[in-house]
Ligand binder design. Structure first.
Ligand code: GLC
Ligand code: MG
Length: 564
């Protein structure tokens, strides 16, 4: 089937807003990681029918949209971020009819659907890469990827010293069709994720066609994977430093020749024009690990993408000073280009924030935590996570929620090493444990097999026993639970239109207290060690923890208040 045939009836039921008031400027967007949200068939891997059955949860929670990590045909070498067919659903997740049904059902419930697109690389099992291997050097098939001859007398050395984000060299040598050792191809990530050559017009045309395929089916937008990586500096100049996982830049070095190159912007200008042809304010979101905020702002200029993840905010410790600095810098940078600021604390690539905050602020944390690593203070981590979440929801702009954070889930920090699936673990020669700990299947029901993740006890990663008491059905309807706190905050955020608001810093509180006004709401977060007195005439609307003494703001608590 071609996209033209399906185009007729898909579309979007949502009205178009006046420029400046598009939904995505203030939306709360919930990230579903399809492998781990809900499993319908009991094979231990989440799937699209499972997601469809759990959509009402998102309505009850009170978010505006969901973003789905990739569900396309994939050998799953990087959990679906290695795509073999961008226009089909992997059988482990369902089929295209399920994807259509998911979009239809979500729209019916008033939820928008953002899908992931992975343009930096394909899977090595993509038909283009297979053709490239079969065709041998020099032909148009290889010109869609970054094949190069090796250095050394017999081409036995990689073309340059670039390193893979997951560890090891970023180049792998192929065997030519005649059986001889041959050229090398670039893969900034896993060996099964060959980088595309974005100077090739065929690559550009193909991705525009893929965008249209999903826009025609009613997708409300795209989250663009590794948006800062598509274009490499001409000549692939030497850059010989180890990369930190997903760290777009490292202040110690100049910008790497494969991140944040000028050429990416022309690609996004074209994508902007494509998205703008469709009704309903479709959104393009950059995943770009680029620093500082002024650099990231260049991705969301008026004729480029609409939003970008605010990773500077994500990595900021729970300290009022640091938070003030990053919030101010983020708002200034985005205001300068007329884009909304986004806020995010967790996703499928980082330690969950309730675990990060369980270590002293500023601790350099490993990429993945194992049983023999220092363990977090779980209770303190959750307390700070809830306080940090209320700060985030109190800020103007758009916010992202990662599945399970509404239950206060911590990272799984004691996963047995032999169940790990993240390619980072193997490629770093067991130095970095990687990201499995934040990808564990969600607990919905305390007394069901796999805590209600699926109909059987099968889960592709084991769930910690302590998650039983964090299951949704344990927290639902319980005032003060993490889940009910999220729900109350999202409802109040909507009621007070905080997403569309403006931030105003408030003076007169101790330095450890972050204090700002957004519309008629005063947000106060105590990041210090001692309780702080709340001034007279302040009426608390919402608190991240029950307040035992009415006029005291305890340590590691955030309140939303009204000034009388
Ligand atoms: C992005 C994804 C991450 C993936 C990588 C390579 O950073 O979020 O999960 O491993 O890209 O596609
Ligand atoms: Mg399944």
């Amino acid at each position: 089937m071609t996209s033209e045939i399906l185009q007729a009836d898909a579309g979007t039921p949502f009205p178009e807003a006046e420029p400046g008031h598009e939904w995505w400027r203030s939306a709360v967007i919930y990230q579903v990681y399809p492998r781990s949200w809900a499993d319908s068939d009991g094979d231990g891997v989440g799937d699209l029918p499972g997601i469809i059955s759990r959509l009402p949860h998102l309505v009850e929670l009170g978010v505006d949209a969901l973003w789905l990590s990739p569900f396309y045909v994939s050998p799953q070498a990087d959990a679906g971020y290695d795509v073999a067919d961008y226009r089909a659903v992997d059988p482990v997740f369902g089929d295209l009819a399920d994807a259509d049904e998911l979009v239809r059902r979500a729209h019916e419930l008033g939820l928008r659907v953002v899908v992931d697109i992975v343009p930096n690389h394909t899977s090595d099992e993509h038909e283009w890469f297979r053709a490239a291997l079969a065709a041998g050097p020099g032909g148009p098939e290889r010109a869609r990827y970054l094949f190069r001859d090796g250095l050394g007398e017999h081409g036995e050395l990689p073309p340059n010293s670039w390193r893979s984000v997951f560890g090891g060299p970023a180049w792998t040598r192929v065997t030519e069709p005649d059986g001889t050792p041959g050229q090398w191809y670039l893969h900034l990530f896993d060996v099964k994720q060959p980088d595309l050559d974005w100077t090739n017009p065929q690559v550009r045309a193909e991705f525009v066609s893929i965008l249209r395929f999903w826009l025609d089916r009613g997708a409300d937008g795209f989250r663009i994977d590794v948006a800062h990586g598509l274009v490499k500096a001409p000549g692939l100049p030497e850059w010989d430093h180890e990369l930190e996982l997903l760290e777009g830049s490292d202040a110690r070095f100049s910008r790497p020749p494969f991140w944040d190159q000028e050429g990416v912007h022309e690609i996004y200008r074209e994508w902007h024009r494509v998205a703008a042809e469709y009704a309903g304010d479709r959104v393009l979101v950059a995943e770009a690990w680029v620093d500082p905020p002024s650099r990231i702002a260049r991705y969301v200029r008026e004729d480029e993408l609409h939003q970008s993840f605010n990773f500077s905010y994500l990595v900021t410790p729970w300290r009022a000073d640091d938070l003030r600095t990053v919030v101010t810098a983020s708002l200034e940078a985005m205001d300068a280009v007329g884009a909304p600021t986004t806020w995010v604390l967790s996703n499928h690539d980082v330690l969950r924030h309730s675990t990060r905050f369980g270590f002293p602020p500023g601790t350099k944390l490993p990429n993945g935590i194992g049983a023999d690593d220092p363990q977090p203070d779980v209770a303190l981590g959750l307390r700070r996570a809830r306080a940090a979440t209320l700060v985030m929801f109190g800020l103007p702009g758009s916010a992202y929620v990662y599945q399970g954070e509404e239950l206060g889930l911590p990272e799984h920090t004691t996963l047995p090493d032999d169940v790990r699936q993240d390619p980072t673990w193997v490629r770093s020669a067991n130095e970095h444990r990687g990201r499995d700990g934040c990808r564990v299947p969600i607990p919905w029901e305390a007394d069901a097999p796999s805590y209600g993740f699926g109909p059987t006890s099968a889960t592709w990663l084991p769930q910690p026993e302590a998650w039983r008491e964090l299951a949704l059905d344990v927290q639902r309807g319980v005032p003060g639970s993490t889940y009910e706190t999220y729900r109350a905050a999202l409802a109040a955020r909507r009621e007070h239109r905080l997403g569309e608001g403006r931030l105003q810093w408030v003076d007169g509180y101790p330095a450890d207290v972050l204090a700002f006004r957004n519309g008629d709401v005063l947000v106060l977060a105590n990041t210090g060690a001692a309780a702080v007195a709340l001034p007279d005439g302040v009426e608390v609307l919402l608190a991240s923890e029950p307040l035992n003494v009415a006029d005291q703001l305890p340590a590691d608590v955030t309140v939303w208040a009204r000034e009388r």
